[in-house]
Write a protein that binds this ligand. Structure first.
Ligand code: CA
Length: 378
């Protein structure tokens, strides 16, 4: 067994301009970035992690936490998680702090896998499955007038690539959203899976009106209908419109999800491994959800580091419910532009016919291209 004491913890802030800006309901993206964490051990094992959230804000949190991690045994990831969370519990139960801890935790799982010569999904007790169906995220708003035209063209591309489920972005105003959803469904036809996500652009009455107006369009889930803090609003939306409700990408650690689970505020939980507390914490959240019979479909938005971590978890999430013909969890695959993501891994993780293989190399099963770290360094 190598010496797995931690020698260094290094945040990397990466950034790239987008050729064409795009928007979701809360903001425009003109650049996209990533905050990766590189953890090395005394024996030279390197682990990679990533945080959701603005890279230039999560990196200083990682730098602040680094002295608490250096010198600890990387294999003691549970002990390290608790030490980090407890150190900032009074100040950072949500948001940037938990995102920074997530990145460190993911890197420690990567190290553990390399130290033992095993992929993360085997350390987690899997696999239950080595391949998952992916749905295509994208369909963002561009600074053009012909929204339906470019969205339909994008849908045709994804269908040609083999995706069977697409997720449409809404949140452009209630009437416009209703018209857009109807037109988009008509354009993609009745056989394509359709999910909608407004990134909490509505309050409960608007979300209920939207859900009722598009009730007959066979929508798989309605994501983040209202702001994440509005648990009572979620409950109203769930009760008063027929589309299953999803959410959780802006919820943090087991305590945030405990309230959603106990109050059953959504039908589908969407913890993000790079935000909710890492691989360690997402597994705990998924186990809590399993005890309450709730579906889990992790939120994924980042580079191949987050994608790989999510795939190892997807390899072990229980079928809900189990049986001969289960409905396995889906992978969210972001297909919108992200120059850093596209060149970060030496061997990119890609969908084939809408399905993605779980990496089977040691640790996360990925190799980061150091030339990309230099090229995109901010
Ligand atoms: Ca979302």
């Amino acid at each position: 067994m190598p010496n797995t004491n931690i020698r260094s913890v290094t945040p990397h802030v990466l950034m790239a301009d987008l050729a064409e800006p795009f928007a979701y309901s809360q903001a425009w993206y003109r650049r996209r970035g990533a905050m990766l964490v590189e953890v090395t051990t005394e024996d030279g094992i390197t682990g990679w992690g990533e945080a959701f959230g603005p890279p230039e804000l999560t990196a200083p949190v990682v730098a602040w936490l680094a002295p608490l991690v250096i010198g600890q045994d990387a294999m003691a990831r549970e002990a390290i998680w608790q030490a980090l969370y407890n150190r900032l519990r009074d100040h950072g139960q949500r948001g940037l702090v938990v995102e920074a801890i997530s990145a460190i935790d993911i890197a420690l799982w990567d190290i553990a896998g390399h130290a033992l010569g095993l992929p993360v999904h085997r350390l987690l007790g899997g696999p239950l499955r080595m391949e998952v169906e992916a749905y295509a995220t994208g369909f963002y708003r561009r600074d053009r007038d012909d929204h339906l035209a470019y969205l339909t063209e994008e849908a045709a591309q994804r269908r040609a690539e083999g995706f069977r489920i697409l997720k449409l972005k809404t949140g452009w105003g209630l009437q416009e959203d209703i018209a857009l959803t109807k037109a988009f469904r008509a354009a993609i036809g009745p056989d394509c899976g359709l999910l909608v996500d407004c990134n909490h652009a509505y309050d409960a009455p608007a979300a209920i009106a939207y859900g009722r107006a598009v009730a007959d369009l066979d929508i798989g889930w309605f994501e983040e209908p209202v702001p994440p803090e509005d648990i009572a609003g979620y409950l109203e939306v769930k009760a008063r419109q027929p589309i299953p409700v999803a959410g959780g990408e802006a919820v943090f650690a087991r305590w945030g999800f405990a309230e959603m689970i106990a109050r059953r505020s959504v039908d589908i939980l969407q913890p993000d491994v790079a935000a909710c507390g890492g691989i360690s914490e997402l597994k705990k959240i998924a186990d809590m959800a399993s005890a309450f019979g709730m579906r889990v479909n992790p939120h994924v938005w980042g580079t191949g580091v987050t994608l790989a971590a999510s795939l190892h978890l997807l390899a072990v999430l229980p079928d809900n419910p189990p049986g001969l013909f289960p409905r396995p969890p889906l992978l969210e695959l972001d297909r919108s532009p992200h120059p850093v993501r596209d060149s970060l891994l030496e061997v990119p993780i890609e969908a084939k016919a809408g399905r993605v293989r779980v990496p089977d190399g040691p640790g996360l099963g990925i190799r980061v291209d150091r030339a990309a770290l230099t090229r995109f360094a901010a």
